[in-house]
Design a protein around this ligand. Structure first.
Ligand code: BES
Ligand code: ZN
Ligand code: ZN
Length: 479
């Protein structure tokens, strides 16, 4: 969908228009008295989005009852935009002109973001896509409160989300670990970040034991993808590193998952990788002046011929040993290697994103993401939470007490890869902590990464959760 910005001007004959207005000024719009009366009646019934049929075209009116916008109100704007998107599609409108009388930059941008995110579809595998296709192709925003720069930034972010969603929606039959790195490379060519990919040989020579152990049951090679956005005059001397779990399919391995509502969703187990790639895409497309690096260890997890087995002891990239007691706790195995590898960049701090535990999803559902971090990352955690409220990918900080670390002590190795029943999301985080020696935050996105049913502008299937969060976090970042 194209978005064009123009200065405010009245609608021309035949244009499909949406007026964004408020309670004070909607009566001055070029509508008939009858229409204004009708709008007033509708507003009494708390209907804020009103449709007028002019027979040659449609006129929509959105009347906001707010004078200022808190984060919750901005979220309402995005949701109202989703409703508007539905109405526009019913009328098969492909070009919409939005006339901004709200004159509140953030509110207008939130509305536009809501429409843009609602317009995502994944139709690649249908034989006949013409009938299914959304027809909203272009929006012209006529506004004196929004700048060209803000529109470009919005396009960068929503495109990054779209990429992340596409990657998650792709099944394993297409998106193997190797393909994932190729797709990330293609996105880099478009956005301007550079990419380096390690294949099996390099991963073996580096002795990334965690990634290789998970890959043992697979016929496909693992991959380790490095993304880098290093703008001239970056405000940070040391890079910020993002790490994303890239399990392109999680069968559970020999600790096999049941199919229903479990394994059948596991093409989405590279949601962390998708969001890291999507975020770096957005950051570089918007040319944010911050040096960021992405690390994506990737493989599928299968119970094939030589698969790793419960009881195995694995030597990790940093030399620590892990007793594997459940092959379905695979994400931490490959993330651990990537986190140790991150040390080589002497990072300012590191954030990892992963669909890591069912426990995180059970704890807070699809309504937010779970985060935890070490003592050194307190400041960044506050920043991340602020960004979470703003973009409404809310961050819930879990306790990260030492005692949880006791639960992953092994009888025969440095660590074991599962705790007990208690605090499953936290013991997974504690495991990862052993592979970090810098300020670090772990974000478990298992709840909202993939949705079985449409949740307004977040859609259905891959949501790209984390892209908007990390983008805003980097945008707000001050070194
Ligand atoms: N990929 C799963 C976690 C997951 C579950 C993501 C549901 C999204 C939705 C992860 O690899 C896993 O299987 N974790 C296990 C860990 C357990 C064996 C300690 C889990 O959460 O059950
Ligand atoms: Zn698993
Ligand atoms: Zn997994």
């Amino acid at each position: 969908m194209k978005i064009i910005l123009e200065k405010y001007q009245e609608a021309k004959e035949g244009e499909n228009v949406l007026y964004l207005a408020n309670l004070k000024n909607f009566k001055n719009l070029p509508l008939s008295d009858q229409e204004i009366n009708f709008a007033q009646e509708q507003l009494k019934n708390e209907v804020k989005l009103i449709e007028f049929n002019r027979y040659t075209h449609k006129v929509y009116l959105f009347v906001s009852d707010k004078e200022s916008y808190k984060t919750k109100d901005l979220e309402s704007m995005r949701k109202d935009a989703f409703s508007l998107h539905g109405k526009v599609l019913e009328s098969k409108i492909s070009n919409l002109f939005i006339l901004d009388q709200l004159n509140d930059t953030e509110a207008t941008l939130a509305f536009l973001e809501g429409i843009s995110l609602s317009n995502y579809q994944f139709l690649k595998y249908f034989s006949d896509t013409e009938k299914l296709k959304f027809c909203l192709e272009a929006i012209e925003l006529r506004s004196d409160s929004v700048s060209q720069r803000q529109i470009e930034e919005l396009i960068s972010v929503t495109e990054g989300v779209k990429f992340a969603r596409e990657l998650v929606d792709e099944p394993l039959s297409y998106l193997t670990a190797q393909k994932l790195s190729e797709e990330i490379q293609r996105m880099g060519d478009e956005a301007g970040y550079s990419v380096e990919v390690f294949g099996r040989k390099k991963i073996e020579s580096l002795k990334m034991g965690g990634l290789l152990a998970v890959n043992k049951g697979s016929l496909d090679d693992p991959s380790f993808t490095i993304l880098e956005w290093k703008p001239e005059g970056a405000i940070n001397k040391k890079p910020i590193v993002f790490v994303g779990k890239g399990v392109v399919y999680d069968t559970g391995g020999l600790s096999l998952k049941p199919t229903k509502d479990s394994m059948d969703l596991m093409k989405s187990d590279m949601g962390g990788a998708a969001s890291v790639a999507g975020a770096i895409y957005s950051i570089s497309k918007a040319k944010l002046p911050v040096h960021v690096i992405g690390l994506i260890p990737a493989t599928d997890n299968r119970p094939g011929g030589n698969a790793y087995v419960p009881g195995d002891v694995v030597k990790m990239y940093n030399g620590k040993t892990v007793e594997v007691l459940n092959t379905d706790a695979e994400g931490r195995m490959l993330l651990a290697d990537a986190l140790s590898y991150a040390e080589s960049y002497k990072p300012e701090f590191v954030v990892d994103l992963a669909t890591l535990t069912g426990a995180a999803a059970v704890a807070i559902g699809k309504y937010g993401v779970v985060a935890m971090g070490n003592e050194e990352s307190k400041f960044q955690m506050e920043q991340l939470k602020n960004s979470g409220e703003k973009v409404y990918e809310r961050v819930v900080e879990f306790p990260f007490w030492d005692e949880y670390g006791e639960l992953i002590k092994s009888d025969i190795a440095d660590l074991k890869n599962i705790g007990g029943r208690d605090g499953g999301a936290i013991t997974a985080g504690k495991f990862l902590e052993h592979f970090t020696n810098y300020p670090w935050i772990h974000v478990d996105i298992a709840g909202p990464a993939y949705l079985g049913a449409t949740d307004n502008y977040r859609g259905k299937g891959g949501t790209g959760v984390g892209v908007r969060l990390l983008f805003d976090f980097i945008k707000q970042y001050r070194s």
